[in-house]
Write a protein that binds this ligand. Structure first.
Ligand code: PLP
Ligand code: TYF
Length: 396
């Protein structure tokens, strides 16, 4: 069984962390992995999470199994948050939500589900996209295509290319879109561009799959979520994965959700029964702790406000780092334009560094970034940004 097994390639992002951990330089900086750190360089434990956990501990409840589709109160609260209250599909009972093991687990449920029931095994992801998108869908037998997204020359979205590709897709194909804070580029579509995308998707009967791993990191929870509602109101079918890893700083709890919108309550009920079978045959039922934390926060007005404020602080800190990075780089390199850093959203910046420059940053400065030049702005802080700016200005 094992003798002929070849070595699998390293995960390109988690591999960076391995190299970083092995580096002996005490000044080393990891801008590789997409994790939010506070200004002390620590992954925060949110106060709302801490309070929710205290409340949970006081209840001293036993650790029973959850239902196959997760904690019911979690699914209801998440649905309201993701689709926005008053979404038409709620009253018509066409929207279903199941708890998932993070955003990745939600994508996996969606991929398993479409691979079993769709006539098409073709999916389009953005070029570039999160590395795991391709691998995850290929593992389910999909042929993964890409649509143009990033234009390196102009450091902006190749929107005409994207629309042209959407118009060429066979009906019934799935299109994966980043709801906000595009990973890795940090570039999001404008409202008007989303309108065009929605129009083409519904005209050509494509199946939109929205991946929302960073709700709240672009503008606000409410504003970032609005795009889901617009798709739900304008397309007959919709799949959504969302994650609380970043927004609640609950990475290791593996908490997120998979939702879908069908054309009728009857369709939705049948589809849910099959989604539950996907879950049952994968891991039987999800874990409890993260779901209870999120549910406790979402269902308490005080804790919700506390969360909204904490998330807003994370978002503002990233913005400040973007501004300082752009400003200080401009001061050292007056010949270059860094304004793109400020207009990007979310944890990441496509910095424009090439592979060789990334290697130089690593070998000469012990600063780790992704080969594509993606840096995690949320890993910058007042203590390390000076060193990062000098190093980048030097290698550029
Ligand atoms: N989708 C995108 C675009 C991501 O960037 C990530 C993680 O960073 C995920 C999904 C997966 O999230 P999770 O860690 O909750 O599985
Ligand atoms: O893009 C990133 O950096 C994040 C972090 O299996 C990550 O997605 C990387 C690998 C993974 C889960 C999260």
């Amino acid at each position: 069984l094992f003798s002929a097994i070849p070595m699998a390639p390293r995960d390109p992002i988690l591999g960076i962390t391995e190299s970083f951990n092995a580096d002996q330089n005490p000044e080393k900086i990891n801008l590789g992995v997409g994790v939010y750190y506070d200004d002390n360089g620590k992954v925060p434990l949110l106060k709302c999470v801490q309070q929710a956990e205290t409340m949970m501990l006081e209840k001293a409840a036993p650790h029973t199994y959850l239902p196959i589709d997760g904690l019911p109160a979690f699914n209801t609260a998440v649905q309201k948050m993701v689709f926005g209250e008053g979404c038409r599909g709620f009253d018509e009972k066409r929207i279903m939500t199941v708890q998932a093991l993070g955003g990745t687990g939600a994508l996996r449920i969606g991929a398993d589900f479409i691979s079993r029931f769709s006539a098409s095994s073709h999916i389009w992801i953005s070029n570039p996209s999160w590395e795991n998108h391709r691998a995850l869908f290929e593992a389910d037998g999909f042929t993964v295509h890409t649509y143009p997204y990033y234009d390196g020359e102009t450091r902006s979205i190749n929107f005409n290319g994207m629309i042209a590709e959407l118009k060429s897709m066979p009906s019934g194909s799935t299109v994966l879109l980043h709801a906000c804070c595009h990973n890795p580029t940090g570039l999001d579509l404008s409202d008007g561009q989303w309108d065009e995308v929605i129009a083409v998707i519904s005209e050509r009967s494509l199946i939109p799959f929205l991946d929302m791993a960073y709700q709240g990191f672009a503008q606000s929870l409410e504003a970032d979520g609005r795009i889901i509602r617009r798709f739900a109101d304008n397309c007959p079918y919709l799949l959504v994965s969302n994650s609380y890893s970043k927004s609640f700083s609950l990475y290791g709890e593996r908490i997120g959700a998979f939702s879908f919108v069908a054309r009728s309550a009857d369709e939705a009920t049948r589809a849910l029964s099959q989604v539950k079978r996907v879950i049952r045959t994968n891991y039987s039922n999800p874990s409890r702790h993260g779901a209870e934390i999120v549910t406790t926060v979402l269902s308490s007005p005080e804790l919700y406000t506390m969360w909204d404020n904490e998330l807003s602080d994370m978002r503002s800190r990233i913005r400040q780092m973007r501004e300082k990075l752009a400003q200080d780089l401009s001061a050292l390199r007056e010949d270059l334009d860094f304004s793109y850093i400020i207009t990007q959203n979310g944890l990441f910046s496509y910095s424009g560094l090439n592979k060789k420059q990334v290697e130089q940053l690593r070998d000469e400065h012990s600063i780790y970034a992704v080969d594509t030049g993606r840096i995690c702005v949320a890993a910058l802080n007042s203590g390390n940004i000076g060193r990062v700016v000098k190093a980048i200005a030097q290698v550029l």
